[in-house]
Design a binder for this molecule. Structure first.
Ligand code: HEC
Ligand SMILES: [Cu+2]
Length: 341
């Protein structure tokens, strides 16, 4: 009796452990799913359609193969009254069937796959009307230039809904891969070469993405997001981003600007000031971004202070090497950053 109880207990324990693992796995699915199965553009929709096409072929194969297996297991299982099973060798018709059927299924999968690969690799017909964004990968952040609009920003790309988009991607250092699953497939990003990504976002919202090619220590901390807006909101964003930074009026922020022009000027741009370096992300409108450090920290004063106190602790190995700042300097810099909206 005691032994049976123990076995039952073990089984319950194992089941419980599996449930916990499953629950923990599912909590990985946050409120902003980075899922290719929730398409928000024509490109992502085409990928999703191809995926479900292949999925249903796979379901069919699974049912037929497992069905035949289970049928054979039950029907031909050993019974005490049975004599030795019939012995035979080869069955031409069966062998032709199970060679031909998978070959035909592979052709049925190959054709739409190849078509889509070529389709997404070509500029669409309306490419000349596209919103153009140059994407530059850096260890471990993204620069976005809008050549026609004269805007430079980082890590958060804004796009208008229902407009064709053309991304021209290149890298400043190593190979990266730009991937925002809800908007389309991955695109490798190379130094000294341009690659392209075309899509038309079809619903407003914020879509998260990540670098999908290992690119060094903080590769896993190289995130990105795309904010798709209706055309009025997008226009408003554009107008704001085109403005140079306004000079701060309160004395704390002014003190922050003075520190900035000594310590930070070597690497950052703030339009309307002498700071014009492009080593780090443009900060002219950094306060308008949802996150800092390429999607790693929510953009709050506390997190800004944390970043400035020790950027290497937030993102190991990143290229923002600065002397240790005093708490007074940090407070002033945070106040200055908040004026850059
Ligand atoms: C040696 C060059 C360098 C210096 C000096 C430097 N930064 Fe940076 N900064 C960077 C780089 C590179 C990044 C991008 C880090 C990353 O995300 O990988 C960055 C990122 C940032 C970000 C986050 C921007 C975003 O949108 O993600 C802020 C804010 C920032 N720096 C502020 C400052 C301030 C304030 C100073 C002066 C105290 C400063 N930086 C000095 C290179 C520098
Ligand atoms: Cu990368």
């Amino acid at each position: 009796m005691a032994r049976i109880d123990q076995r039952a207990l073990k089984r319950v324990g194992l089941g419980g452990a599996l449930l916990v693992v499953l629950a923990l796995t599912l909590t990985g699915c946050g409120p902003e799913p980075q899922s290719a199965m929730l398409p928000a553009s024509d490109f992502a929709q085409a990928l999703q359609d191809l995926f479900s096409n292949i999925f249903w072929w796979a379901v069919g194969v699974f049912v037929v193969v497992e069905g035949a297996l289970i049928y054979a297991l039950v029907k031909f299982r050993d019974r005490p009254e049975n004599e030795e099973a019939a012995q035979f060798h080869g069955h031409t018709l069966l062998e032709i069937a199970w060679t031909l059927a998978p070959a035909l299924i592979l052709v049925a999968i190959f054709i739409p796959t190849a078509q889509l690969i070529f389709q997404v690799d070509q500029p669409p017909e309306n490419a000349d009307e596209a919103v153009q964004v140059q994407v530059v990968g850096n260890q471990w952040w993204w620069r976005f230039n809008y050549p026609e609009l004269g805007i430079t920003t980082a890590n958060e790309m804004h796009l208008p809904v229902d407009r064709q988009v053309e991304l021209e991607l290149t890298s400043n250092d190593v190979i990266h891969s730009y991937w925002v699953p809800r908007l389309g497939g991955k695109r490798d990003v190379f130094p000294g070469r341009n690659t392209y990504l075309w899509f038309t976002p079809d619903s407003t919202g914020t879509y998260v993405g990540a670098c999908a090619e290992y690119c060094g220590t903080s590769h896993a901390l190289m995130k990105t997001r795309v904010v798709v807006q209706d055309s009025a909101d997008f226009q408003q964003w554009v107008e704001r981003q085109k403005q140079p930074a306004e000079a701060p009026t309160d004395s704390l922020a002014q003190a922050g600007r003075d520190v900035f022009m000594r310590v930070c000027i070597a690497c950052h741009t703030v339009e309307g000031t002498p700071a014009q370096s492009e080593i780090g992300p443009a900060l002219t409108h950094v306060d308008s971004r949802q996150t800092i450090a390429a999607g790693i920290l929510e953009n709050t004063p506390e997190n800004m202070a944390r970043w400035l106190r020790n950027p290497q602790q937030v993102k190991p190995g990143n290229k923002m090497q600065i002397p240790q700042l005093s708490e007074d300097q940090i407070e002033a810099l945070v106040a200055y950053m908040e004026t850059l909206d």
